[in-house]
Design a protein around this ligand. Structure first.
Ligand SMILES: O=C(O)c1cc(C(=O)O)c2c(n1)C(=O)C(=O)c1cc(C(=O)O)[nH]c1-2
Length: 253
């Protein structure tokens, strides 16, 4: 890792340091590459969707933690908009509801998503780690961690195109989440970057912000490592192996 500067960067230099983490974003993780090239089986695609649910679930809580630490009314007012995004104004609306529509579109039942039976332990630890980070670090670090949003719109758009091409069996109603999220993420990420550039002005604050974004990239990649590893979860560990995963005796895994 390159050494952080000991003096504060200019606004432009600091923005370049944050953008410099682009290569660590999860779009180039081997699982995403396979997913977008049509190489995933239906159960693998379902596993991705069921595990991402766990990430969606903590977003409102981590945003509330950021607000709880922030002493500035103008920032709190702005970040508060995010609190309603996943939960929506009413039952059946908002990001979580859209994610459940996606889950059904790929062949999962709501019950098996809601009871988290497919959530891999590595996904749980990574996502819980992100929530813990936002609860215990400064609000500026929490906001900086959300800057993966700068990299996400193009990746989400590519996902929709790739899935429509390679997985025609997915019900198109499932794409509502991404259709809503892509324009919002484009708009929000520009504002999030301004907040970080405006409020991280010392060398130490800027170093912490860059590290927060790097940490978030690791959280996302760790989630995919766990999804890629296979279907074992707390619900299946120690019980008979799920169909199709049995390893013949004497075969190294
Ligand atoms: O589908 C994706 O690839 C993707 C990535 C990310 C991200 O980069 O963290 C988010 C989302 N989607 C998303 O839908 C979302 O609401 C979101 C919120 C945040 C955040 O950290 O505050 N990231 C993301």
């Amino acid at each position: 890792m390159t050494q952080a500067p000991t003096t504060a960067s200019t606004r432009e230099e600091f923005a370049a340091r944050l953008y410099g983490l682009r290569g660590r974003y999860w779009d180039t993780h081997p699982f995403h590459l396979r997913l977008h090239s049509g190489g995933c089986t239906p159960p693998e695609l379902r596993r991705w969707v069921a595990n991402r649910w766990y990430y969606q679930l903590i977003l409102t809580r981590k945003n509330a933690a950021i607000i709880a630490d922030c002493p500035l009314p103008e920032v709190r007012r702005e970040w508060t908009r995010r609190l309603g995004y996943q939960d929506g104004p009413h039952e059946g609306e908002g990001g979580l509801a859209d994610w459940l529509v996606l889950a059904e579109a790929v062949g999962l039942t709501r019950a098996e998503v809601l009871d988290e039976r497919h959530v891999a332990r590595g996904v749980r630890f990574a996502v819980d780690g992100y929530l813990h980070f936002c609860r215990t670090r400064s609000w500026t670090e929490g906001v900086a961690a959300a800057l993966t949003e700068m990299f996400s719109p193009d990746h989400m758009a590519e996902r929709v195109t790739a899935w429509q091409k390679h997985y025609e069996w997915i019900d198109p109603a499932g794409y509502a989440y991404f259709e809503h999220r892509i324009p919002d993420a484009r708009r929000d990420s520009a504002r999030t970057l301004d907040l970080v550039l405006d409020h991280c002005v010392t060398a130490e604050q800027q170093r912490a912000a860059v590290e927060a974004l790097a940490f978030k990239c690791e959280v996302l990649r760790a989630m995919l490592d766990a999804v890629d590893y296979g279907p074992e979860t707390a619900a299946t560990a120690g019980s008979a192996a799920p169909v199709g995963t049995a390893v013949p005796a004497g075969t190294a895994r």
